[in-house]
Design a binder for this molecule. Structure first.
Ligand code: MN
Length: 139
């Protein structure tokens, strides 16, 4: 089955609709691309974070893959340093690894989030990322 999303010459996928919940520190956008969980055991969404916006610490029972497509972002696993994310980067997140992702302070950031083995359950959301944690990135 073919789904055609690209009706805009400047971006690959639409920004979608705003996500407003307590797991994000500000405005993020979500365009679901694949939602047929029963067939593929997988869901794919295009996520855009406004500058400075990140999600809370969380983990995925079935793991997650991030394909970075635009802007500059951050990714951090618990106990490790923040990694800078740029267009073309791929992040593989193993099941149950506690982590967060989001935009850098001065750039919007977009990634395609592929949630694998989704039948194992939804994301497990934990505490917010503190400003101290968010501002700990070192080049
Ligand atoms: Mn995640």
């Amino acid at each position: 089955m073919k789904t055609s999303n690209n009706k805009n010459a400047d971006i690959i996928f639409p920004k979608g609709v705003t996500i407003s919940n307590t797991n994000f520190t500000g405005i993020a956008w979500l365009q679901m691309l694949v939602t047929n969980q029963d067939t593929f055991d997988c869901m794919i969404g295009n996520v855009t974070f406004e500058p400075g916006v990140r999600n809370s610490w969380h983990s995925h029972p079935g793991g997650q893959i991030l394909l970075c497509t635009s802007g500059v972002g951050y990714y951090q696993e618990k106990g490790k340093a923040i990694q800078l994310l740029e267009k073309g980067d791929v992040i593989e997140i193993a099941p149950n690894i506690v982590h967060w992702h989001g935009a850098t302070p001065n750039s919007e950031f977009t990634h395609i989030a592929i949630s694998t083995k989704t039948n194992l359950g939804p994301a497990v959301w934990l505490e917010s990322v503190t400003d101290e944690e968010y501002n700990s990135y070192k080049e």
